[in-house]
Design a protein around this ligand. Sequence first.
Ligand code: PLP
Length: 402
Amino acid sequence: MNTPAKTSDQSRMNAHSVMFITKRPDVVMIEGKGSWLTDQSGKRYLDFLQGWAVNCLGHSNPGMVAALTAQAQKLINPSPAFYNEPMIRLADLLTSNSCFHKVFFANSGAEANEGAIKLARKWGQLHKHGAYEIITFDHSFHGRTLATMSASGKPGWDTLFAPQVPGFPKADLNDLDSVKKLISPKTVAIMVEPIQGEGGVIPCTGEFLRSLRELTRDENILLIVDEVQAGFGRTGELFAHQLYGIKPDIMTLGKGIGGGVPLAALLATEAVSCFVAGDQGGTYNGNALMTAVGINVIEQLLAPGFLQDVKEKGLFFRTELLKLSDEFHLQGERGEGLLRALILDREIGSKLVDMARDHGPDGLLINSPRPNLLRFMPALNVSKDEIQLMCSILRELLKKVA
Ligand SMILES: *Cc1c(COP(=O)(O)O)cnc(C)c1O
């Protein structure tokens, strides 16, 4: 890269009009290719964040770029009042590869979850005498709108921006009794992440998720899976609930479905799809430009061997992380496929994140959703060499802090 180096002062100066919402490091990202990002000074970073599990095919994937540019030249947005070709094709690809029959496209995971909440409440009005409560879980994450923040079990979010949207009692993950205690005639659904992502990569046990399916069927309430993070090939299955062999009533997708562009979806079975005209919509929803990219992404994921490869690399990654855990007497690792966490022995997660980014000559991008663990969400087409390189940089850092 021959971009001239700029002083950090210049990048700070350029950012003063950007509203503060979080502490950001003093770098400006300029370009990305595959598993690598480059900043304004020409420094490269091995990216095991990938826009928060978003760029499932890495940065600027050529197939996606081709789909995006071809569609941009043909038709960008005919308005949500009309069908468009990519919208219809992507909906068909999603239903023919899942247990669902209907798809509503959205622009973010939170918006897809808002749609799921509305659909469940509507179904409750029609079939359950106005039942509206949706049981969710402690430490869950469903988005940043008021309703999805209320549905989330993030500590502190119950009072931030109070009052909350009512109707989201919280149970404990992997504790069926805690769910049963909350069921009442007001209950319309249970919403769960098959693997809690922001909560720290905590999978539902198979027994728990299968019991939730039985319980919801017996009680005639809906099972909603939020697969915004764990879905779309991340676990090595196209959808995370397929690992568990269950069929939910509603599923939400985001992040990986667009491979980096704003695209999300709400999927539901025929029996549950009860919106009537005027209930749901949105200016950009199902626009041709984003759904055309979505088609390319799912076609690449469904190519022979792709998901099998994700599973194999997940196992390889697991082995490498366990080696690190042994070497440095850490607490092991967990996750599925290429959504994994290394559990540390101390609360040094954010320190390691900073050290990894500042590491030279190449930096490393990782994340620490809890102080005692590191989370990894590489591109699904990451190479074994890149996984090994990630682990060797991490090894250096762990030696330094030992
Ligand atoms: C990221 C995430 C969301 C929110 O998605 P946005 O696109 O940021 O609105 C919802 N649920 C889960 C499980 C997520 O990981």
